[in-house]
Design a protein around this ligand. Structure first.
Ligand SMILES: Nc1ncnc2c1ncn2[C@@H]1O[C@H](COP(=O)(O)OP(=O)(O)OP(=O)(O)O)[C@@H](O)[C@H]1O
Length: 446
């Protein structure tokens, strides 16, 4: 295979959600594995809804995921190429002007449905004479432009779905150009795919019907067809669809919630595939797991609870070096021993703040059996302390008091941390250190 050129083509009309991220990752990781090119193309021809601020946030999100694009293209800067393609389609009679208002179209649609007919555009505009058109224009009507479909079945071999067929006889001729001369998504997408030599169009399966229409337009323009792959969509855990415009499960919110990009990427890529969902910290490894032929046909559910679990599993294995600067930013860099002591208790890196506060204090000790804690304090080993100190100490406490097991550990934990759960005390004890331990055992907040 020659080096693939792929694209992720969001409309910058909101913050991208986890479903969009699935497509971005599938494209970017495929390109990464095959040493190809990953293009980020902003489908921003809808000038009213597209915003630069959203485009910028999409770039930030992709960088956070570890998949910055090799090339960035904005459709709003390429209108001359779309004009040229539209003229070519007009010249061969495939793009024709229509003058119906949306109310008229809606009325016709309802009438067709009432008669039990499919609500397909009836091509009335194709029958207009020159004079009728001139009259409509003189009335101030501006045309929108439809592509005249061949009423035939379009077939292709999909990278994900195998043999696909769409009967274009049952489709309305798609509008490519709006009344105000701006373009809908369909034509610019093809023109750019051709110009950028996109080899694989990998996108959500919401585009399957578009693909059939687009194949006819590629052919009408005499262009070479890319390969197509339609990947199943993600829904929320309860099965609802996602919308960028409605702000569902945005990457920005997941990032701000402190989730690891690798956890988000692992779930976004692996859910709804033949692979088991697991945390994959390395993007090359994640890329090696992509297999378009083994992606489920059914929509896949994105469960935030599962994401938390993946995140926790990643953190439990995270080396200190990877966490260090983030701990420092949280003013909680207690060194490698601290990180190794607490990482197993964390779901988010930011939760380390809580355990650093327990180490550094002040902690209000919880002491129920004062006599027992006093007896324990008496047999505290001398400094310096290390990871063996806890064992030495608790054996001495057991010998002095006859108490063992949970009855021994829990009162000490409550006295030292004020909590009934947490990281191994063997690791925490030297971090808390003799001064604070002594103070806490004597009932002082320290
Ligand atoms: N729920 C989803 N799961 C997986 N892929 C999706 C989902 N929704 C959209 N996509 C894909 O994301 C890519 C970008 O699409 P697009 O910008 O149109 O997103 P959108 O979420 O449908 O947007 P909007 O809500 O603004 O209509 C496309 O490949 C599209 O197929």
């Amino acid at each position: 295979m020659s080096k693939p050129i792929v694209r992720f083509a969001p409309s910058p009309t909101g913050r991208i959600h986890i479903g969009n991220a699935r497509q971005a990752l599938m494209n970017a990781l495929f390109a990464r594995r095959e040493k190809g090119v990953f293009v980020l193309r902003f489908d921003d021809t809808d000038l009213e809804r597209s915003k630069r601020e959203y485009a910028d946030s999409i770039e930030v999100d992709l960088a956070w995921l570890g998949i910055p694009p090799d090339v960035v293209v904005r459709q709003s800067e390429r209108v001359e190429f779309y004009d040229e393609a539209a003229d070519r389609l007009r010249a061969v009679g495939r793009l024709y002007p229509c003058y119906e208002t949306s109310e008229e179209l809606e009325f016709r649609r309802k009438r067709q449905l009432a008669r039990g007919l499919p609500p397909v555009y009836d091509r009335a505009a194709l029958k207009l004479t020159e004079e009728e058109r001139a009259k409509l224009e003189a009335e101030g009507r501006r045309p929108h432009w439809r592509f005249r479909l061949d009423h035939r079945t379009v077939a292709w071999t999909d990278l994900v779905r195998g043999d696909c067929h769409v009967d274009c006889g049952s489709l309305s001729d798609p509008v490519l150009v709006r009344e105000d001369g701006t373009y809908l998504y369909t034509l610019p997408s093809i023109v750019d795919d051709v110009d950028l030599k996109i080899s694989h169009v990998i996108r959500g399966e919401d585009h399957v019907t578009n693909t059939a229409v687009q194949i006819q337009i590629f052919e009408a323009l005499g262009a070479h067809l890319p390969l197509f792959g339609h990947i199943n969509l993600l829904t929320t855990a309860s099965g609802e669809g996602l919308s960028k415009r409605l702000g569902h499960l945005s990457l920005t919110s997941l990032r701000e919630a402190g989730l690891e990009p690798q956890a988000v990427a692992s779930l976004a890529v692996l859910v709804g595939t033949a692979e088991s969902v697991r945390p994959v910290a390395d993007l090359d490894e994640l890329a090696s797991l992509i297999d378009f032929a083994h992606i489920s046909r059914a929509p896949a559910k994105f469960d935030e609870h599962e994401l938390d679990q993946l995140n926790a599993r990643l953190i439990h294995e995270m080396p200190y070096e990877a966490a260090r600067s983030r701990l420092a930013a949280l003013d909680s860099d207690g060194g490698e021993a601290f990180w190794l002591a607490v990482r197993g208790n964390l779901t988010r890196v930011a939760d380390a703040v809580h355990w650093w506060a327990v180490v550094r204090g002040p902690v209000t000790p919880v002491i129920e059996d004062k006599a027992f804690i006093e007896a324990a304090a008496k047999v505290l080993p001398d400094a310096p302390w290390d990871s063996a100190t806890w064992k030495t100490w608790t054996e001495a406490v057991k010998a002095a008091t006859g108490v063992k097991g949970k009855a021994l550990f829990m009162p000490l934990r409550l006295a030292l941390t004020g909590l009934d759960h947490g990281p191994e005390l063997a690791a925490l004890l030297p971090l808390i250190g003799p001064d604070r331990v002594k103070a806490r055992l004597s009932g002082q907040a320290a």
